[in-house]
Design a protein around this ligand. Structure first.
Ligand code: GLN
Length: 500
């Protein structure tokens, strides 16, 4: 068995039967990281010793017949936006270069309780702001299918780690598409759960009303397994949902007979790549062949999703990132205040320390978002921008509510194009923001969405399909994706583009 190309579900059963040990399995992935990460840069840090120690502990406990958690012995990669007590948490920012969190994120705590093996922390766009992983302070990530292309973002490291077989399972976060879009561009499966389904405690905040953590893996079944371990109420997150967590695995095998899937005509408008459109249409046809029915639905305000998102997310970010002041957290400027030399242009040495710490600690995109958000929230502009965006958000939400009266799920593309070349959009922030066209709606509405591979372009780049569903429809989203993956093998294709 080549462990690195074996699914987490099969690895779990081989571990249970004693055919492999967790130390063997963990070593296989660590070795793969060792040979592949120098090219891909998916991991910011790898905890070889910690991972092997935990693997050994799991193997010993298993040999002694002790009860083990549901992910016992399985390696997982964790996006570096989640606090870990035993590894630095940088959020891919210079600001948090040396940050050692005093507590584990709730999701990390749950992974540890499930006896998973945390391999390391994955690269991302700084503070999760971006759609290409080019905004990391620690170097870009390369797409395993074409190393000159972007893996998407901001969970580009987690997506690339799974696509390049460096981890069978990974955790991502999705504020406007950051799980689904990189999953789509890297040919893997990623689920953004309903807002509140997974605790955000210990997730370094970008936009608190939109952020949500979710699973990434090759298949929907593996995502179900990972979601099962991380979902659930947490009194430490006031927005966490206090509703029982269903069994995400049992319903997967149910056939799709009678499932109503919506198709939005506007999704197929200007800007959609021809090959992407063809694969998406073929996926609708595959669902029809599997017993589902396709219905035209309208999301009349979807076109306002990107502008609404780019007011709300930066506004919340400008507030959330105010805490990085050089005093409480993170990077601190260590120069000499200029007024000691009698020439200060700052109000006080303290203000100078704040300003210079922030100027040094944050990268250009983070600064852009802070300025956009501060502007949108400022007196005189608040009503025209932020308050208006909140009203449009409500309209977008209502559109989904109406649509879900007619259909169970809505299908469509994840991104308008396959993976784009590195550097292609870095000088044009608006072009980069438009990448989020199909994904921001689910965040603004607080609903669930899943992205999975539905074909390849002629140049062998993966194409993703997205299904969106009402609040708490994760069982149906996973079932629909799993059923598709029972009759297709796009998710099983492995890249040969990584030089060894
Ligand atoms: N690309 C979007 C942005 O730049 C989404 C990011 C995310 O979901 N974290 O904000």
């Amino acid at each position: 068995m080549t462990m690195t190309t074996t699914s987490a579900t099969e690895l779990a059963s081989a571990l249970q039967k004693g055919e492999i040990t967790s130390v063997e399995c963990t070593t296989a992935f660590l070795d793969r990281i060792g040979s592949t990460n120098p090219t891909i840069n998916a991991f910011l840090s790898v905890d070889r010793d910690g991972a092997l120690a935990k693997a050994e502990a799991v193997d010993t406990a298993r040999a002694q017949g002790k009860p083990l958690g549901p992910l016992a012995g399985l390696p997982v990669a964790v996006k570096d936006v989640l606090c870990t007590t035993d590894q630095k948490t940088t959020c891919a920012s210079r600001m948090l270069k040396t940050y050692e969190p005093p507590y584990d994120a709730d999701v990390v705590r749950r992974l540890r309780e499930a006896d998973a093996i945390i391999l390391g922390k994955t690269n991302m766009d700084e503070f999760a702001m971006g759609g290409s992983n080019e905004n990391s302070a620690y170097g870009l990530v390369r797409n395993p299918w074409d190393t000159n292309s972007a893996p998407g973002g901001s969970s580009g490291g987690s997506a690339a780690a799974v696509a390049a077989d460096m981890a069978p399972l990974a955790i991502g976060s999705d504020t406007g598409g950051s799980i689904r879009q990189p999953a789509g561009l890297c040919g893997i499966t990623g689920l953004k759960p309903t807002y509140g389904r997974v605790s955000r405690r210990g997730l370094i905040a970008f936009s608190s009303s939109l952020d949500q953590i979710g699973p990434m893996a090759r298949s929907a079944k593996e995502c179900a397994m990972l979601l099962q371990a991380i979902a659930g109420h947490d009194p430490g997150d006031s927005t966490s949902l206090n509703t029982p967590v269903p069994d995400y695995l049992t319903g997967l095998e149910k056939p799709l007979q009678g499932l109503r899937i919506g198709r939005v005509a506007e999704h197929f408008g200007e800007g959609l790549d021809q090959e992407v459109a063809e694969h998406v249409e073929q996926t609708f046809a595959a669902y029809e062949a599997a017993g589902a029915t396709i219905h035209e639905v309208e999301l009349p305000h979807a076109r306002y999703g990107v502008p609404t998102y780019y007011l709300i997310a930066p506004s919340e970010a400008s507030s959330n990132l105010a805490r990085y002041d050089g005093a409480h957290y993170g990077h601190r400027w260590d120069g000499t205040p200029t007024d000691d030399q009698g020439i200060s242009t700052f109000d006080s040495p303290l203000v100078e320390m704040y300003c210079r710490s922030r100027a040094e600690g944050f990268g250009p995109e983070v600064k852009r978002r802070i300025m956009l958000g501060t502007y949108a929230l400022s007196a005189g502009y608040y009503d025209a921008y932020y308050a208006k965006a909140l009203r449009v958000r409500r309209l977008i939400r209502n559109d989904f509510t109406q649509a879900f009266k007619k259909v169970d799920l809505i299908g469509g593309p994840v991104s308008a194009t396959p993976a784009f070349k590195l550097g292609e959009k870095t000088d044009d922030p608006v072009a980069m923001y438009l990448v989020d066209l199909y994904t921001v709606g689910a965040n603004l509405a607080g609903i669930g969405g899943i992205s999975f591979p539905c074909g390849f372009t002629k140049t062998n780049l993966p194409v993703g399909f997205q299904l969106q569903g009402p609040a708490l429809s994760e069982p149906l989203l996973l079932q629909a994706a799993h059923q598709y993956q029972q009759t297709t093998d796009w998710h099983l294709q492995r890249t040969t583009a990584i030089p060894s």
